[in-house]
Design a protein around this ligand. Structure first.
Ligand code: HEM
Length: 527
């Protein structure tokens, strides 16, 4: 993996300088002199590095805040200290500095939607940027593999498990969890249900069942408050801590579990998830024939069954399966849950849109007690438009996905970008661009039904694009169709009060809605 271009080869890192200094100075020199001289060396090093980054770095010609060009602490301030505030700041940066902004010493962020396909398109083979992708503590998962070719091998291995054919085979798994959601929500006739948590519980339960043929029992939790969701909420902000302070990650992941839970109590839930998943993996690795007794296929069937063309893959390890499992749970739960919350909020805020959706559903599905297949729902144009508009407003993953340009220089927006540069473009910059999506703040499914609507599809980037785009996209679409259709065909919602706060998010790779959640009193639809 080519290292990110940053330090000039002639500039050794500060620990090396300090060691050299100590070696020569320690012999008989007073400690105070060693300390003060060391401090001077460090300050001089930082000053020299900043000067290099500001005036001599290959990205010097690109505009941006000088502090961002000098140090990654600029970004850290928004990630860690403003608690997931980077994406909100990007809009300001692009309005101030234009379509290409230098957002870190070695990173450019793009604000013009045309750049998206140039960075993430089918023909690009850029590696994922290691600093971010090692911050999830799932280093062995397909998601965290930086190397393009290694990731492609892994995707080939589990791709068939998420193919459209496989999803259609297991559609009943998805539907059965949505049936539970609908019946649980009908308990909320007199009090308001937390729909944000309800959706997250549903998508978590679906992914747990689909991938591992197990239940997380989250849909049974009182008020949809479950320890696993609390653990996920507590873990997500750690991405930024791990990214900017990797030594904290090294400590927490390498000390015994009891100490990690003492140092950071919020890790308890995640450690518990790893334990549960580990027990299933141990059982399967000890006795692979136990897979035969599982009532439907799981990811383990695909990992443990040799596939043609994948004989060069390293042997399957416990750590690999564990990282993959933990990541799948994150990837498959909050992403879908959040799109459902955002879509529901906007439907409830726009009675005309909701009425149009209900009319279409009633016509296509006159007897709501009968079953309705995913394939039939896909043919409904207004429902499809509602889902696309929900994906646009929610944006899927909101943190810009960083890639390392290489192996040669490339052109993006007509500019020659040197190999080794980190480049990214956040989905919100595409989805909120007024030249593509007029009145971007308005929830308008109709925009997806106009004559030129097909040209909009390429700007719907919630699942990203190209070879490293979402591996679970078929499952996600299936869930979204079944959830929106069942919820709005079978249930009526009285939200009492709606506030934009219900969908305001902080950004921890995925959007997380903090504070007040979307609530509604729920009853059955009349017919
Ligand atoms: C609305 C729902 C979803 C959205 C918006 C979404 C979005 C995305 C995006 C934008 C990426 C690219 C991440 C990156 O480049 O770092 C991604 C990757 C991925 N997603 Fe999803 N996702 C969704 C649901 C799911 C589901 C249900 C699964 C099933 C397990 C899943 C599994 C994955 C995996 C394994 C990757 C990594 C692919 C790779 O790195 O090559 N996603 N997703």
């Amino acid at each position: 993996m080519k290292r990110v271009l940053d330090l000039p080869a002639t500039m050794p890192a500060p620990p090396v300088l300090i060691l050299v200094w100590l070696k020569t100075a320690l012999a008989g020199t007073p400690l105070s002199l060693v300390a003060s001289t060391t401090a001077v060396v460090i300050v001089a090093y930082i000053a020299a590095l900043s000067a290099f980054r500001l005036w001599f770095h290959p990205l010097t010609k690109y505009p941006g805040p000088p502090l961002a060009a000098a140090t990654t602490w600029y970004r850290a301030y928004f990630d860690v200290f403003l608690d997931g505030g980077w994406v909100h700041h990007l809009e300001y940066l692009h309005s101030t500095y234009g379509p290409i902004v230098r957002v870190a010493p070695n990173e450019l962020h793009f604000g013009d939607p045309r750049a998206h396909s140039e960075i993430y398109g089918m023909n690009q083979r850029f590696a994922k940027e290691p600093v971010l992708y090692t911050s999830f503590a799932t280093d062995e998962s397909v998601f965290a593999l930086f190397d393009f070719h290694e990731a492609m091998q892994r995707r080939n291995l589990i791709g068939p498990f998420f193919s459209r054919k496989a999803i259609l085979n297991l559609e009943n798994v998805v539907q059965s969890k949505i049936d539970i959601l609908v019946s649980r929500l009908l308990d909320y006739k007199d009090k308001a249900a937390n729909l944000d948590l309800a959706y997250r519980c549903t998508s978590l339960e679906i992914i747990t069942s689909y991938c591992f043929a197990q239940s997380s029992n989250v849909l049974d939790a009182d008020g949809f408050h479950h320890d696993i969701l609390d653990a996920m909420d507590a873990t997500l902000p750690m991405i930024w801590v791990f990214k900017h302070f990797p030594w904290i990650k090294a400590i927490l992941l390498n000390v015994p579990e009891w100490m990690a839970s003492y140092l950071k109590p919020s890790t308890v839930g995640i450690l518990e998830q790893r334990r549960q998943m580990g027990a299933q993996i141990d059982q399967i690795m000890k006795d692979p024939s136990s897979l035969e007794s599982i009532h439907h296929e799981t990811i383990y069937h695909y990992f443990l069954t040799p596939q043609p063309g994948n004989d060069r893959l390293p042997p399957v390890t416990r750590e690999w399966l564990l990282d993959e499992g933990i990541y799948m749970r994150f990837a498959g739960s909050d992403t879908v849950g959040n799109v459902c919350t955002v879509g529901t909020y906007h439907l409830l805020s726009n009675p005309k849109v909701k009425a149009t959706l209900l009319r279409e559903l009633q016509e296509a599905w006159p007897d709501k007690d009968s079953s309705m297949s995913y394939e039939a729902l896909e043919k409904l144009p207004y429902l499809t438009a509602v889902i696309k508009e929900s994906l646009r407003m929610a944006s899927g993953i909101v943190t810009p996905l960083p890639r390392v340009v290489g192996p040669t220089d490339v052109e993006i927006l007509g500019e020659k970008i040197p190999a080794g540069t980190v480049v990214a473009m956040g989905h919100t910059m595409v989805h909120r661009n007024p030249e593509i999506f007029h009145d971007p703040d308005q929830f308008m499914p109709e925009r997806w039904l106009q004559d030129d609507a097909q040209s909009l599809d390429r700007y719907l980037v919630a699942f990203s694009k190209g070879p490293r785009s979402c591996l679970g996209i078929n499952l996600a679409w299936c869930e979204l169709y079944l959830i929106f259709a069942n919820m709005f065909r079978k249930l009526d919602f009285d939200p009492k009060e709606l506030s934009i706060e219900d969908v305001n998010f902080r950004e921890y790779f995925v959007p997380v809605i903090k504070g007040h959640h979307l609530h509604a009193v729920v009853k059955s639809t009349a017919a």
